[in-house]
Design a protein around this ligand. Structure first.
Ligand SMILES: Cc1cc2nc3c(=O)[nH]c(=O)nc-3n(C[C@H](O)[C@H](O)[C@H](O)COP(=O)(O)OP(=O)(O)OC[C@H]3O[C@@H](n4cnc5c(N)ncnc54)[C@H](O)[C@@H]3O)c2cc1C
Ligand code: SF4
Length: 481
């Protein structure tokens, strides 16, 4: 084994080829090419097969990374795929969009010794894409019918991961979503240049073929209350994500031309999917030929700036109130945006949206500095004196993060307890909310987070619901005897 592995001293790290910035800026296709077989095996062979694999510990799914890297290096691709999908419901999606620099690859031991991390995400994507091509991806292994049904509210990664596992355990599963397509932010938030839509669609198709019933255009709160879902199903999972955009609290923020990030991204994704999007066609949610300023520094902001580039903006500037080192967005995404021509104004915050007759024409911004650390230990940004500057802007995109909607009110469920941040309160172990038989998973519990955590929560919630439903079925049987 050692002969084939531990090649990090002689083989440099190499990622799949990336399309040149000017070529990729004109379309919404993914920017990385696929690994060719020999390259995947060469890169997998760089793994040092640590006794204590920190990559595995820092992967939220605890993927068995060293073992599937070894199998890939040895050319045992089908086995490697089987092992990788045993712990991950969507390995090819995580391989594409996990911020690996903060998770598995961020704790790779050979990175710590200066050799450059193993390209774990790229190998994971390669294995599962290969599995789809070769027909190794099996239909959902539906368990023996238990005669119990489960309702899942939300077809994002948390809901989909739970639905798959519950089907494997033999439950009838109905997934409700207010959108017309399943996938949640994988379809309507994350742009195609990070994750092409057919990669998500083939996952949901597989679930539908495995008997998961999708009820789309169905909004819980409008089309049914939580109590009604409780009557239809033995148990319910809430996996609705967080969608209330934080507002820009500066003068002029209500002007025509100031838009919410998710409205902008949904319009772009819908347009790419071939839907009619009047707000895109009439220019309200289209950056073509405009000077665009995006306010914020997370993944959503990075997706907005890069979408604006692809729509043909005249200029794209990102305003972020902290510095590059303190930016929440992935380092990789910032680098991609810079390559594509986005200008970053670090340590800068908006003071006002300027313009005439309520139409945005610019942003007055102020330079910031990092002050003393606050209670969380993070340095708080504060405005500098006499440091205002102006930027041209006829489209201002607010990407300041998301809060949960008021679910108890929307669902007509006053007994659904929430935290002071508005996320659902769910017991750490049982994952059950304050309403018996109702469970919760994903962003609606954690606050805005990551796809890989949503998958982990969805899988855990399915197991927790199974324990609950098995205990109930056993109780009912004993009562009947
Ligand atoms: C622009 C953007 C880019 C991102 N980029 C990345 C990235 O690169 N990598 C990464 O790991 N994470 C990224 N994330 C975060 C990631 O998308 C989320 O953490 C993840 O999707 C959360 O999954 P979820 O299943 O909890 O919720 P969601 O994906 O939000 O899905 C929730 C679903 O519930 C539905 N729903 C909501 N309310 C109702 C209701 N009342 N009735 C019926 N259905 C309802 C919604 O329509 C939606 O389909 C990004 C997020 C955004 C916004
Ligand atoms: S799921 Fe994400 S964190 Fe885990 S191994 Fe894959 S890319 Fe890394």
């Amino acid at each position: 084994m050692a002969e084939r592995m531990l090649k990090f001293t002689v083989t440099p790290r190499s990622t799949p080829a990336k399309r040149a910035a000017d070529a990729r800026s004109g379309d919404f296709h993914e920017i990385y090419a696929d690994f060719i077989d020999a390259k995947a095996s060469e890169q997998a062979a760089r793994c040092s097969q640590c006794g204590v694999p920190f990559c595995q510990t820092h992967c939220p799914l605890h993927n068995n990374i060293p073992d599937w890297l070894r199998m890939t290096a040895e050319g045992r691709l089908q086995e490697a795929y089987a092992l990788s999908q045993a712990t991950n419901s969507m390995p090819e999606i995580c391989g594409r969009i996990c911020p690996q620099d903060r998770l598995c690859e961020g704790s790779c031991v050979i990175e710590q010794s200066g050799h450059g991390t193993v390209t774990i995400g790229a190998v994971e994507k390669y294995l599962t894409d290969k599995a789809w091509e070769e027909g190794w991806v099996q239909p959902v292994a539906v368990g023996a019918d238990r005669g119990q049904s489960v309702g899942v509210v939300g077809a994002g990664p948390a809901g989909l991961a739970a639905a798959e596992r519950l089907r494997e355990l033999g439950y009838a599963v109905t997934v409700y979503d207010r959108h017309d397509r399943a996938g949640g932010l994988l379809i309507y938030g994350i742009p195609g240049f990070k994750l092409e839509k057919d990669v998500v669609a083939r996952r949901t198709r597989r679930l539908a073929e495995g008997g998961v019933e999708f009820r789309l255009n169905f909004e819980v709160g409008r089309d049914a209350s939580l109590a009604e879902l409780r009557e239809r199903h033995e148990s319910v999972l809430i996996a609705t994500g967080v969608y209330q955009a934080r507002d820009l609290a500066v003068p002029g923020a209500g002007s025509h031309g100031v838009v919410a990030a998710l409205d902008y991204l949904i319009a772009s994704n819908r347009q790419g999917l071939g839907d009619a999007v009047p707000e895109y066609d009439d220019g309200r949610l289209n950056a073509a030929d405009k000077h665009v300023v995006v306010v914020g520094g997370g993944d959503t902001a990075m997706d907005c700036v890069r979408t604006a580039v692809r729509q043909g903006a005249a200029s794209v500037t990102c305003l972020y109130r902290r510095d590059r080192a303190n930016m929440p967005g992935s380092v990789r995404e910032v680098a991609h945006a810079e390559e594509e021509g986005v200008v970053f104004e670090w340590l800068a915050a908006p003071r006002a949206v300027t313009g005439a007759e309520l139409k945005a024409a610019g942003v007055r911004a102020v330079r910031m500095r990092l002050g003393a650390p606050d209670a969380s230990g993070r340095q708080a940004p504060e405005p500098m004196e006499d440091a205002d500057f102006d930027l041209k802007a006829d489209l201002v995109i607010k990407a300041l993060g998301f809060d949960p909607e008021d679910l108890p009110a929307a669902f007509g469920a006053g007994d659904l307890a929430v935290t002071r941040w508005g996320t659902l309160k769910a017991d750490f172990r049982s994952m059950m909310t304050s309403v018996p038989g109702v469970f919760a998973a994903g962003d609606i519990v954690r606050g805005a987070s990551l796809v890989v955590w949503a998958i982990r929560d969805g899988r855990d919630a399915a197991e927790a619901m199974h324990r609950y439903l098995s205990a109930h079925a056993a109780g009912a049987l004993m009562a009947a005897e």
